[in-house]
Design a binder for this molecule. Structure first.
Ligand SMILES: Nc1ncnc2c1ncn2[C@@H]1O[C@H](COP(=O)(O)OP(=O)(O)OP(=O)(O)O)[C@@H](O)[C@H]1O
Ligand SMILES: [Mg+2]
Length: 274
């Protein structure tokens, strides 16, 4: 069984090169974590006193303003960041998908990058070799897959990266949005694979600004605000509180149909999202 537990965890970033005098003069902004300036070195309090307990089968969306702490929380949940204070325990193998391009080598071919990126996400070489044809077909990159990655356009790289990411079997899948840089038709194709990926994964945490993606992939949500958990509940409750209106009202028939297929609605744990 996979699980993630975090107890009273905080993550601070001391900023050595900033001058606290000039910072003090700034007008208080709404966006971003709190900056403590009473210390000699300014400290960004990216996460403050977080306690979360996640278990197998959870599909959690992370919402909140820019700089609220979503990406930092994902890094804490992945074990990439240690809490400055407090503690955390992660049981299970984590596939962190924060930046689609991480683990890619510009000098080697698309085919080789498929294998390398799969290894980075916790798959074995043999598993990736079995999946390479399927991934190649999905990307529609054809002969480009034999060319070095540096010859690819941005969208072509995203196709390759999405093909690999959606082919893995993750125990704990941590997704940080950034999956929008492809054309709409391709995104629709990737959407089905993403839904399947989430169905296969043991535990999902997904930071996103897209209600539609959240509704498709998640059933519960955490609202982050200034580095703190402002609310943790069903996706519908949290989105309604965060947005000030119920996003499940006035859904298009097409979206309703898609949600019928969504992992959040299949099996248990759908809550009151239906
Ligand atoms: N490496 C870092 N060094 C210093 N400060 C950081 C670092 N990473 C994040 N922060 C700060 O931590 C806070 C939370 O940032 P984070 O990236 O987690 O926000 P986010 O909720 O993911 O925002 P967005 O919606 O824009 O992606 C911000 O105030 C940011 O300035
Ligand atoms: Mg972020």
């Amino acid at each position: 069984m996979v699980s993630i537990d975090v107890w009273n965890a905080s993550v601070d970033f001391p900023i050595f090169e900033a001058k606290s005098r000039s910072l003090k003069k700034l007008v208080l902004g709404k966006v971003g974590g709190k900056i403590a300036t009473e210390t000699k070195i300014p400290i960004i309090e990216a996460l403050h006193d977080i306690s979360i307990s996640l278990k197998e089968g959870d599909r959690v969306g992370l919402v909140g303003h820019n700089g609220a702490g979503k990406s930092t929380l994902l890094r804490l949940l992945s074990g990439i960041y240690e809490p400055t204070r407090g503690s955390s325990r992660i049981v299970g193998k984590v596939a962190p998908v924060f930046d689609l391009g991480v683990g890619m080598d510009p000098e080697i071919s698309g085919f080789e990058n498929i294998i390398i990126r799969g290894l980075f996400l916790g798959m074995s070489r043999k598993q990736m070799e079995q999946r390479v044809d399927d991934i190649a077909e999905f990307t529609e990159l054809g002969d480009y897959l034999s060319m070095p990655l540096r010859t690819y356009s941005t969208g072509m790289r995203v196709r390759l990266a999405l093909g690999v990411v959606t082919s893995i079997d993750p125990e704990i899948l941590l997704l940080d949005e950034g999956i929008g840089a492809v054309d709409a038709a391709f995104l629709n194709k990737a959407r089905d694979r993403l839904v399947d990926l989430v169905k296969r994964s043991g535990l999902l945490v997904f930071a996103s600004h897209s209600d539609e993606f959240l509704m498709e992939l998640c059933n519960s949500a955490i609202w982050m605000d200034e580095g703190k958990v402002k609310m943790h509940g069903s996706l519908r409750e949290v989105l309604t509180a965060y947005k000030g209106k119920d996003p499940y009202e006035n859904l298009s028939p097409e979206m309703l149909e898609r949600l019928g297929e969504a992992p959040a609605f299949a099996g248990n744990g759908g809550g009151d999202n239906g």
